[in-house]
Design a protein around this ligand. Structure first.
Ligand code: ADP
Ligand code: MG
Length: 411
């Protein structure tokens, strides 16, 4: 890596060194090579396009699926003196943004795929020197991914209209099939794939059958200091859980998409600043929230898929200090999820969704190392035991079938 890049890293972003594959990815983008970076949540994907956006000539276009994500990022890079803006229905400074863009005064421009794929937008950026095009949350491009967004599919013509502009796709959660699909859909050659290991060694995984959740949560919280997230499947349940936790003397707030925006913002801000608060939330909570010291994530019911589980638990312990992930499940969760697949999912997507649910069931029911199951799902090749999950620390009693058979035969 050149000294210039190291200087930008230090001066603009305040970091002494790259973490993991960041250096590879940044180097590729600086050299103009198309790249798909698969890096776990918290690994620092944003820097992989923000740094080249600063170091290369022109404006970087960032395709992002959520306005809230864009605004969080803009706030964070502006604090580093980077010039960034978004063009969305929620931005009322459109004229100012267009003027800055035309004047070459923007390092980063964030847009949603719906806007990026319009003719009007194409005409706008045809006259602007672009430093790169980043496609964040790139698993949205794949039907195999866990969060398919049809508009991501329409990005290819835009990318191909700017053949000289390096393209960088980024995602945290993509199994082998999803990765292959992203490469094809976005026109990135196979050798453009950079994968970071998925292991989050400081997270300790625990899985328990649900058996009186309020009581289970109470004993969990009694021995669990620090700020934490409890994911619940419904809005009502987040409010009930927040009340239960608060009644037990721990500060707690609820978070879901049905709350007034001001209340949501206030609850989020309180949680981010707190050192011991619990937020009981639906999955609406988490994306784009930069709180490195979340000490635990608990699931009051099963997540949507093993990918969602990885992503949601990945919000714990981003600072590298020990953190806990707790999953409380019941057979009814799986029965309900199966019913949903058979009644609400399009028939052609059902086999894939069944497979995802089965992967989660295997993770939940295993007597083997949880981490090994999780990492194998993402294509890593982990050791058989990790020493830092419930099954490794306290192996479940299993019936020794060969022993039973021997006794039966010798009887
Ligand atoms: P991701 O998008 O991969 O989940 P982010 O880009 O949000 O991760 O980064 C996660 C955190 O890591 C942020 O707080 C960011 O400032 C920090 N970070 C990124 N790169 C570095 C680095 N090289 N050194 C130290 N901290 C970093
Ligand atoms: Mg990110």
């Amino acid at each position: 890596m050149t000294g210039d890049i190291q200087q930008v890293l230090k001066r603009t972003f305040g970091f002494d060194s790259f973490r993991g594959v960041q250096a590879d990815v940044v180097e590729r983008v600086m050299a103009g090579k198309p790249t798909l970076a698969v890096m776990p949540t918290g690994a620092g994907k944003s820097l992989c396009y923000q740094l080249p956006a600063v170091a290369r000539e022109g404006t970087a276009l960032v395709i992002s699926p959520l306005i809230a994500l864009m605004h969080d990022q803009i706030r964070s890079v502006e604090a580093s003196g980077i010039r960034a803006a978004s063009l969305t229905s929620a931005d009322d400074n459109r004229e100012q943004t267009l003027a800055s863009l035309r004047a070459g005064d923007l390092d980063l421009l964030y847009v949603a795929p719906e806007r990026a794929t319009t003719d009007g937008f194409r005409r706008l950026i045809e006259r602007i020197p672009l430093s790169l095009i980043a496609i964040d949350e790139a698993h949205c491009v794949s039907e195999w991914g866990h969060d398919f967004r049809p508009d991501y599919r329409l990005l290819r013509p835009l990318l191909d209209a700017f053949t000289n502009v390096p393209r960088l796709a980024l995602t945290a959660t993509a199994d082998a099939r999803t990765r292959a699909d992203i490469l094809v859909q976005l026109g990135i050659p196979d050798d453009g794939l950079v994968i970071a290991g998925f292991d989050r060694p400081n997270i300790r995984y625990h899985v328990r059958p649900r058996d009186g959740l309020p009581g289970q949560l109470k004993s969990l919280l009694a021995s669990q200091p620090g700020a934490g997230i409890v994911y619940a499947p419904s809005r009502d349940q987040t409010e009930r859980l927040a009340e239960t936790v608060a009644a037990g003397g721990r500060s707690a707030v609820a978070y879901h998409a049905g709350l007034e925006p001001q209340i949501r913002a206030r609850n989020q801000a309180a949680f981010v600043q707190s050192e011991d608060m619990v937020v009981a939330a639906t999955v609406a909570f988490g994306m784009g929230i930069d709180k490195p010291d979340v000490r635990f994530v608990a699931h009051a019911g099963i997540p949507k898929s093993i990918e969602s589980y990885y992503q949601e638990t990945g919000r714990a312990g981003r600072d590298g200090d020990p953190a806990e992930a707790w999953l409380f499940w019941s057979a009814e969760d799986f029965a309900r999820a199966r019913r949903r697949i058979e009644t609400e999912v399009e028939p052609e997507r059902r086999p894939d969704e069944r497979e995802r649910l089965n992967a989660l069931a295997a993770f939940v029911e295993t007597a083997e190392c949880r981490r090994a199951i999780l990492l194998r799902h993402f294509g890593d090749d982990p050791p058989a035991t990790c020493g830092n999950c419930d099954n490794c620390i306290d192996p479940p009693a299993t019936v020794d079938v060969t022993e039973v058979a021997r006794k039966l035969l010798s009887a």
